[in-house]
Ligand binder design. Structure first.
Ligand SMILES: Cc1ncc(COP(=O)(O)O)c(C=O)c1O
Length: 387
């Protein structure tokens, strides 16, 4: 239809002018290497923090499940798609997170857009850290609750909002990334948890970038000091199986009652097909590696710290180290420059991050060699910072 194509064409032209048009570049991955346009790059742009997508045990589990059960789930988990492999995965997740129960969704995005509307609605209040992932914002909008953004990691601001608005609302939810995806910092979960208790609000932490990496591999709720056995009181520990776990899928770890509610009320659980058996089996095998080898799980953070130290950046709190460049064109140029040197470091630009804070986002994995990290830091210092 002409009007439709005109609309799309005009939108694209405007995005092009602002250097915000995106096109997925064909990229083949092999471990920490990425092949693009016939060239091989050392990738620092991948969330496979423990390289488990390539782990022989994880691959073997996926192959075995496919050979035995076939490729697809066939239906929603409430119809015929609730494969027996889910029980093991969900009990492993609950054990790792120290929760009563767990529920697996199709993806992290589907998890947040299902969980949040199942808990709060039009008479309720939801507070969201302004830098939270897009799927938290999307879940908040879908819920119909009154949404209040609080300044990034600013617990005092969240407290002001609750003081002003909690009384008029039936239920309240505070939702935040546990590890912020584009900044790499940890949410102040202990303080948020105390605040939530004071106002009878429920705290949801999205641990997409925390699981397998911080808190001895157990995630951001366990990263507040006191070791991997000391957990902040976060009743809704949500996350994804697509990053350090190496595969695909989302989850919620919570009390038995909350998990049972999700299974019967979260629309993205009910109305979306279950995960392929291979994906469920692979995630269980990957969690096995994380549980039995906390020293390996500590590696991405150690590497990120090595890099940050070499460049005098603030100490890394996760596997993600951002380098804020400012304008979009400068971030794109810096990424290009590193590509010339054989490194894949993708530029992150608005609307993923606020205008004026376009950045390079370095993601470190267990298998990056210390020598390559030192070389990358040298090149960044000389060619991006120019000193
Ligand atoms: C913080 C955060 N939450 C949720 C998601 C979505 O997870 P998934 O890719 O499994 O949909 C991502 C990344 O994609 C993320 O960074």
């Amino acid at each position: 239809m002409r009007s439709l194509d005109e609309f799309a064409g005009e939108k694209l032209a405007a995005l092009e002018r602002a250097q915000l048009r995106r096109t997925p570049a064909v990229t083949a991955r092999a471990g920490i290497w990425a092949e693009r346009d016939g060239r091989r790059f050392l990738s620092f742009s991948c969330n496979d923090y423990l390289n488990l997508s390539q782990h022989p045990e994880v691959i073997a589990a996926a192959i075995e499940a496919t050979a035995r059960y076939g490729v697809g789930a066939g239906a929603s988990r409430l119809v015929t798609g609730n494969h027996p492999l889910y029980a093991e995965l969900e009990s492993r997740l609950a054990r790792l997170k120290g929760s009563e129960a767990a529920c697996v969704f199709g993806s992290g995005y589907l998890a947040n857009t299902g969980i949040i509307p199942a808990l709060v609605g039009p008479n309720d209040l939801i507070l969201v850290d302004e830098f939270s992932h897009a799927c938290i914002h999307a879940g908040a909008r879908l819920s119909g609750a009154a949404i209040k953004l609080y300044r990034h990691a600013d617990v005092a601001h969240a407290a002001e909002i609750l003081a002003a608005h909690r009384a008029g609302k039936q239920r309240a939810l505070i939702a935040t990334d546990g590890v912020f995806s584009m900044d790499g910092d940890l949410a102040p979960l202990a303080a948020l948890s105390a605040l939530a208790r004071r106002y009878d609000a429920w705290l949801l932490a999205d641990d997409a970038h925390g699981l397998g990496v911080v808190g001895g591999g157990r995630g951001s709720s366990f990263a507040g000091g006191g070791g991997a056995q000391a957990r902040c009181d976060v009743p809704l520990q949500m996350g994804t199986l697509s990053k350090a776990v190496g595969g695909y899928g989302g989850y919620l770890c919570a009390s038995r009652a909350v998990i049972d509610l999700m299974r019967t009320r979260a629309r993205t659980f009910i109305y979306s097909t279950g995960l392929p058996p291979s994906v469920i089996a692979a995630a269980s095998a990957a969690l096995d590696v994380i549980e039995r080898d906390p020293a390996y799980a500590a590696e991405p953070l150690r590497k990120a710290r090595l890099f940050a130290r070499a460049l005098n950046l603030p100490e890394a709190q996760s596997a993600i180290v951002p380098m804020i460049v400012g304008e979009t064109n400068a971030a794109l140029a810096a990424s290009e420059l590193l590509r010339d040197e054989g490194f894949l470091v993708v530029a992150i630009r608005p609307p993923t991050v606020p205008a004026g804070t376009a950045r390079l986002r370095f993601a470190f994995t267990a298998q990056h060699a210390d020598t390559d990290i030192a070389r990358l830091a040298d090149i960044v210092r000389m060619r991006v910072f120019r000193h």
